[in-house]
Design a protein around this ligand. Structure first.
Ligand code: SF4
Length: 295
């Protein structure tokens, strides 16, 4: 069920992230709604790890299993099978993996979570999962900056010393991907921090991250992302500018090794000469200046 179906308009953190990665990719995905040309095996792996962790937490929280009895390999295999049997596009396994090696990696990643996520203490702190949020984007004085609410879904909600702290579970290709230094320039992470702030009486913008790192011997890295007022102000400006650029229909390509490598629209992009030729001179529109009233 879509928890945001009642909203006429909304802007998700992942939508903004897609626009920032490449506006043309945003256009293909959200405006043209083109089917994906391919989906990476790594993305399916991430979805299966996520589903496994949430199901395992639910099994323990609902009293069906003890943490030490969780059959994580079997659970992962079930979710991985679902992912590969009904992908939204043909699967690209990449040069380093095939289906079997990706399944083995996924099993190792979920096993690496066992001593970190599936402990009595941690499980006691988890009070909810898949928690949807809807927040307005407000300036420091509480005035709306855009007329569209921001939406997202926290993976888990922890309760620690009376405070509610979201916990995001990620798969990562390196140890530093979800450390605070990197997250502080990640618009999606900052939007999640804004939403986390609304949960606290003291206004602290705090999100916990747990990343399963895809190493030969997988590791789980935990980090606490606490955001200060300056970073939040920067994020508000960024989201406002992205919204203006979307409203102005600025959909230029932004090719880069990072963006194009995982792009599901490389063929559509190659054929999009006419769209690519309409690259705007400025990426972001400036705020409209009020004109002086005619005398
Ligand atoms: S291939 Fe690169 S430039 Fe083209 S739409 Fe995808 S991310 Fe953008």
């Amino acid at each position: 069920m879509n928890p945001f179906a009642h909203l006429e308009e909304s802007l998700s953190a992942s939508r903004i992230g897609t626009y920032l990665r490449c506006p043309l990719r945003y256009f293909f995905n959200y405006i043209e709604k083109l089917p994906w040309e391919k989906i990476s095996g790594a993305m399916l792996l991430g979805s299966a790890v996520d589903a496994t962790a949430k199901e395992a937490v639910a099994l323990v929280k609902q009293g069906w299993q003890k943490p030490e009895d969780l059959q994580l390999d079997e659970l992962f295999d079930q979710f991985f099978k679902i992912e590969i049997e009904s992908p939204r596009a043909p699967i690209g396994w990449g040069k380093r993996h095939d289906q079997d090696s990706m399944r083995d990696l996924g099993r190792s990643l979920t096993q690496a979570l066992r001593p970190i996520l599936f402990t009595e203490e941690r499980l006691e702190r988890i009070v909810d999962r898949d928690v949807a949020f809807t927040i307005p984007l407000l300036d420091e004085e509480g005035k709306p900056l855009i007329d569209t609410p921001l939406i997202g879904i926290f993976d888990f909600l922890l309760e620690i010393d009376g405070k509610k702290i979201p916990l995001e579970l990620k798969t990562a290709s390196n140890r530093t991907q979800y450390l605070p230094d990197n997250l502080s320039r990640d618009c999606q992470a900052l939007i999640y921090a804004m939403a986390a702030q609304t949960l606290q009486r003291d206004g602290e913008a705090h999100v916990s991250y747990m990343s399963c790192v895809k190493l030969k011997k997988p590791e789980v890295i935990e980090s606490d992302f606490k955001v200060d007022a300056g970073q939040l102000a920067w994020a508000r400006g960024l989201v406002t500018n992205v919204k203006r650029a979307i409203d102005a229909e600025l959909y230029h390509p932004a090719p880069s090794v990072m963006s194009c490598g995982g792009c599901p629209y490389t063929a559509a992009c190659a054929k999009s000469g006419s769209v690519a030729r309409s690259v705007p001179k400025r990426i972001f529109s400036r705020p409209q200046q009020a004109r002086p009233a005619p005398r």
